[in-house]
Ligand binder design. Structure first.
Ligand SMILES: C[S@@+](CC[C@H](N)C(=O)[O-])C[C@H]1O[C@@H](n2cnc3c(N)ncnc32)[C@H](O)[C@@H]1O
Length: 263
């Protein structure tokens, strides 16, 4: 496995440990107050949300009200553009053609989605998300980019059972920076159902926060998994899974796995 961007520290650090938090706070005192705000929100939302999806939907509501670009993890519009470009270029290098039928899980405000919509044939893009607020922002992106005639589908979902989607339809499934915010039961639900909507030769690429140490999470917002955990989970749902080494060369802190049907 090639070294991930961010150096070995990225995959060895346990961000949930108090010692790490103290070291980090000493290095970045400017981050203390934002972290305390997130901690307060985390407590409140844990008490008032019935499950993780409700919790994360509330996180997105608060974050999207401030800035949709920041809500999907980009500190500036330039970074938003660059991160979308990176996702797009990667899939095109891996053979994404206009005739592909794409499902984007957790499409956000179409950071990459608008580029996929532009590239794909009319009606070939379907984005799903749990957050009504970010889907409204996705509509804004679509209008700003003048892509109405491409007739993309954007759906609000409450889970990842994909009950409304057609069987055997999608040739490419993409989830960027979604499992990094998901507990294992949400990933398990996705893997239990995504196979039904995938065409026989389809692949599903997803990114995740990789740890080579103990699996952990920071608040209920950021989850860190070992590669083997996700590969074994995929296998338990009848998929072959492959760690994408070439993604590690890119300037991004998450890793990527591709799953396909077993031959
Ligand atoms: C960090 S943003 C990334 C958005 C987009 N993939 C991108 O790269 O710009 C994560 C997105 O996933 C959505 N999301 C989180 N958990 C989800 C779930 N279980 N099902 C569907 N969408 C989810 C969030 O609402 C948010 O829009």
């Amino acid at each position: 496995m090639t070294q991930a961007s961010g150096g070995p520290e990225r995959t060895r650090t346990n961000r949930a440990r108090l010692a790490h938090k103290i070291r980090y706070a000493a290095r970045r005192p400017d981050r203390i107050w934002p972290y305390l705000r997130r901690l307060g929100r985390d407590w409140k939302l844990r008490l008032t949300s019935r499950d993780h999806v409700a919790y994360y939907r509330a996180v997105m509501k608060a974050d999207a009200a401030r800035s949709p670009a920041a809500a999907v993890g980009s500190a500036s519009y330039e970074r938003w553009l660059a991160l979308g470009q990176m996702q797009f270029d990667y899939l095109v290098r891996h053979g994404l053609t206009p005739s592909d039928r794409m499902l984007e899980i957790g499409c956000g405000n179409l950071r990459a989605g608008w580029r996929f919509i532009d590239h794909l044939d009319t009606g070939h893009y379907h984005g799903i998300d749990i957050s009504p607020d970010i889907l409204l922002a996705a509509g804004d992106t679509l209008a700003q980019r003048g892509l109405q005639d491409k007739l993309p589908h954007l759906s609000l979902v409450r889970d990842l059972r994909m009950a409304t989607l057609p069987s055997g339809h999608f040739t490419v499934v993409h989830a960027h920076s979604v499992f990094s915010h998901s507990p294992i039961e949400v990933i398990d639900e996705c893997l239990a159902h995504v196979g039904r909507v995938m065409a026989p030769d389809a692949f599903f690429d997803f990114t995740f926060n990789r740890t080579e140490g103990r699996e952990h999470h920071v608040l209920r917002e950021d989850f860190y998994y070992r590669t083997e955990t996700l590969i074994e989970l995929a296998a338990s749902h009848g998929f072959a899974a492959r760690f994408m080494d070439d993604w590690e060369q890119l300037p991004h802190k998450q890793s990527k796995i591709r799953i396909t049907a077993l031959p």
